[in-house]
Design a protein around this ligand. Structure first.
Ligand code: HEM
Length: 512
C-alpha cells in the first residue's frame, strides 16, 4: 500500500457518507412533507386488499379470472367485500383502486394535472405508438385539437354513409331465421364507417367479409387488430411482470396493422403536397377535401410519417371497437328480451319505415335508454387508470367508514372501475345488475355514470358513436320485427382494450 492511498480512501469514504446523508435527509424531508400533507388534508388510509407474497397472489388470481372471463366480476366482488376504495400490493408498488364518483371526478377533472397516463406508452406503444390515447402534455394537447376539429356537428349529422353501409350489412344477414353472429358484422360495419369518417375512404370490410375472407385491408386487418389488442390486455394484467411476456404473433399483428395505416399515410402526404404556402388546399377543392377530414387536418399539421401513422392508429382504435362493442353488447341482451325489442319497435313506428334524420334519432328516448343501460352494465371501457405525478389527495375512501380523504403519494397508480361503479346498488337500486332501460326515465346521473370518461380527456367521439349505434339499431328494428337469441348462455366478457362479448352475438333476425 502506498502512503498516498490513505487520503484517497478517506476522501472516497467521506464522499460516500455525504451522499448517504444527503439521500437519507431527502427521504426524511419527503416523509416529513408527506406527513404534513396528510395532516393538513385529514387523510386516513383506505381498506387494504389482503394479499400474500407482495401481491403476487392478486396478479395470479386476475390472470386465472381472465381465463374464465371473470376479471370484471372479480373486481366487483372485491369492492363489495372490502369497500369502494382499496389499496393493494402490486409486487414493488402499492396501488389504489376506487369506484367512488367523487374520486373519479377528482382524478379526471378537478386534479387533472396531478395525474398522467403512466406507462401506457410502453404497453400500448407497439400497436398505437405516440398518439392521442398514449401521450400526455403538449403532444396530447396537439393531438386532441387535431382530432376534435374533425368532429363538427355538421359532419356527425351527415348520415348518408351509415345508410349506404346498412345495405352491405343487410346483405350478410340471413332472412330465413338462421343464425348470424352480429358482433363480427358490427366490427366490420364500424371499421367501414370509421375509415370513411376519419380518412374519407371506407375500407369496405363488410363487402369483403362475405366474398374474400383473406383480404389484407378489411377483415384480415380486423383480426390482426384484435390479436394485437389481446396481447396488450395480457401485458396490462401482468402488471410489473409484463417484461416476461413475449408474443411474436403480436409483433406480426402490429406490423400488419401498420401496413394498412401506411396506405392512409400516403394519402395524407399527397394531400399535404397540394397545400399552398398558407397551409390551405390549392385550387383542387374536391368533395373529399371540403369535408375537413381528420386525415387532412393531420396532414396540415405535420409531414412526419410516423406521427401521422400513430395518430391514425389511435383514432381508428377509438372509432372501430367502441361503437361495435356497444352494439354487440346491447344486441346480445336485447335478443334475450323480446318485450324490450317490441317496445323499441313501438317507438320507431313514428318513422313509418323511413330512414331517420339526425334530429329524429335524438328524439327516440327509449332507444337512448337502451343504449344508456347497455353502457351502464357493459361499459365499453370498463376499467382505467392514472398515475399520480405529484403527492395528491382523493376526497373519499379513507378510514373505517370510507368517508375520509385518502393520501396518494407521487408515483402511485390509481385504478378506477366504471364496471363496478355502474353496478352500485346505492346509485341504481337493488336491481342494479339487471338490464332495465325504464330506470332511465327517472335517473339524473352525474359522475356516477361515466361510459365516455369526463374532464379534459372526455371522449371526442361520443355524439358520433351514439348517432351511429342509434342509426344501426333503428334500421335493424325496422327491417326485422323479430329478434331472437341463439346463445343459450349468459353474456361473458371479452376484455381487451375495450369490452365486448366473448361468445359473439349469435341471433336470428326475421321479418314478421
Ligand atoms: C360507444 C362508443 C364509445 C365509448 C364508450 C367511448 C369511450 C371513451 C373513453 C372512456 C375514453 C377515455 C379513455 C381514456 O382516457 O383512457 C375515450 C376517449 C376517446 N375517444 Fe371514445 N368512446 C366511444 C367511441 C368513440 C368514437 C366512435 C371515436 C372516434 C371516431 C372516439 C374517439 C375517442 C378519442 C379520440 C379519445 C381520446 C380522448 C383524449 O384522450 O383526449 N370514441 N372514449
Amino acid at each position: 500500500m502506498h502512503s498516498y492511498d490513505i487520503p484517497k480512501h478517506s476522501t472516497a469514504i467521506l464522499g460516500g457518507l455525504i451522499l448517504l446523508i444527503w439521500y437519507a435527509a431527502t427521504l426524511l424531508q419527503r416523509k416529513w412533507r408527506q406527513n404534513c400533507f396528510v395532516r393538513e388534508n385529514q387523510c386516513k388510509p383506505p381498506s387494504q386488499l389482503p394479499s400474500k407474497l407482495l401481491g403476487l397472489d392478486i396478479i395470479l388470481q386476475t390472470i386465472a379470472a381472465a381465463k374464465q372471463r371473470r376479471v370484471l366480476e372479480l373486481g366487483l366482488s372485491r369492492f363489495q367485500h372490502y369497500g369502494n376504495t382499496l389499496k393493494f400490493r402490486n409486487l414493488t408498488k402499492t396501488m389504489i383502486t376506487t369506484r367512488e364518483p367523487q374520486n373519479i371526478k377528482t382524478i379526471l377533472s378537478l386534479r387533472f394535472k396531478d395525474y398522467s397516463l403512466g406507462d401506457r406508452i410502453q404497453t400500448f406503444g407497439p400497436l398505437l405508438g405516440h398518439g392521442i390515447f398514449t401521450t400526455d402534455g403538449e403532444h396530447w394537447a396537439q393531438s386532441r385539437s387535431m382530432v376534435r376539429s374533425g368532429f363538427s356537428k355538421d359532419r356527425i349529422a351527415h348520415l348518408d354513409i351509415f345508410e349506404e353501409l346498412m345495405g352491405d350489412l343487410f346483405e350478410l344477414i340471413p332472412t330465413d331465421g338462421s343464425t348470424v353472429d352480429l358482433q363480427d358484422l358490427f366490427f366490420c360495419y364500424t371499421m367501414d364507417s370509421a375509415t370513411d369518417f376519419l380518412f374519407g375512404h371506407s375500407v369496405r370490410a363488410l363487402k369483403k367479409y362475405g366474398h374474400n375472407p383473406g383480404d389484407e385491408t378489411g377483415q384480415d386487418f380486423g383480426s390482426a387488430f384484435n390479436y394485437a389488442q389481446d396481447s396488450i390486455a395480457t401485458r396490462v394484467r401482468m402488471g410489473p411482470l409484463k417484461f416476461l411476456h413475449r408474443d411474436r404473433k403480436a409483433q406480426d399483428a402490429n406490423r400488419r396493422c401498420h401496413e394498412l395505416a401506411e396506405e392512409f399515410v400516403d394519402k395524407a402526404l399527397s394531400y399535404r403536397q397540394t397545400l399552398n404556402e398558407n397551409g390551405s388546399a390549392g385550387d383542387d377543392t374536391s368533395a373529399e377535401k371540403s369535408k375537413s377530414l381528420f386525415l387532412h387536418k393531420l396532414a396540415q399539421q405535420t409531414g412526419d410519417r410516423t406521427r401521422i401513422r400513430d395518430e391514425l392508429m389511435n383514432v381508428l382504435l377509438a372509432g372501430r371497437d367502441t361503437t361495435a362493442s356497444l352494439l354487440s353488447n346491447m344486441f346480445f341482451v336485447l335478443a334475450k328480451k323480446p318485450e324490450i325489442w317490441a317496445k323499441l319497435q313501438g317507438e320507431i313506428a313514428v318513422l313509418e319505415g323511413r330512414a331517420p334524420t339526425y334530429d329524429q334519432l335524438r328524439n327516440l328516448t327509449y332507444l337512448k335508454y337502451c343504449m344508456n343501460e347497455s353502457l351502464r352494465l357493459h361499459p365499453v371501457v370498463p376499467v382505467n387508470a392514472r398515475l399520480a405525478v405529484v403527492d395528491t389527495v382523493l376526497p373519499v375512501g379513507g378510514g373505517r367508514d370510507g368517508q375520509s380523504p385518502v393520501f396518494v403519494p407521487k408515483g402511485t397508480t390509481v385504478r378506477y372501475s366504471l364496471y363496478s361503479m355502474h353496478r352500485r346498488e346505492d346509485f341504481y337500486g337493488p336491481d342494479a345488475q339487471e338490464y332495465r332501460p325504464e330506470r332511465w326515465e327517472k335517473l339524473r346521473m352525474g359522475w356516477e355514470y361515466l361510459p365516455f370518461n369526463g374532464g379534459p380527456r372526455i371522449c371526442v367521439g361520443q355524439q358520433y358513436a351514439l348517432t351511429e349505434a342509434a342509426y344501426v339499431t333503428v334500421r335493424l328494428a325496422q327491417k326485422f320485427p323479430i329478434l331472437e337469441s341463439r346463445d343459450p348462455g349468459s353474456w361473458k366478457e371479452n376484455l381487451t382494450l375495450t369490452l365486448c362479448s366473448h361468445n359473439g352475438c349469435h341471433v336470428s333476425l326475421q321479418h314478421a
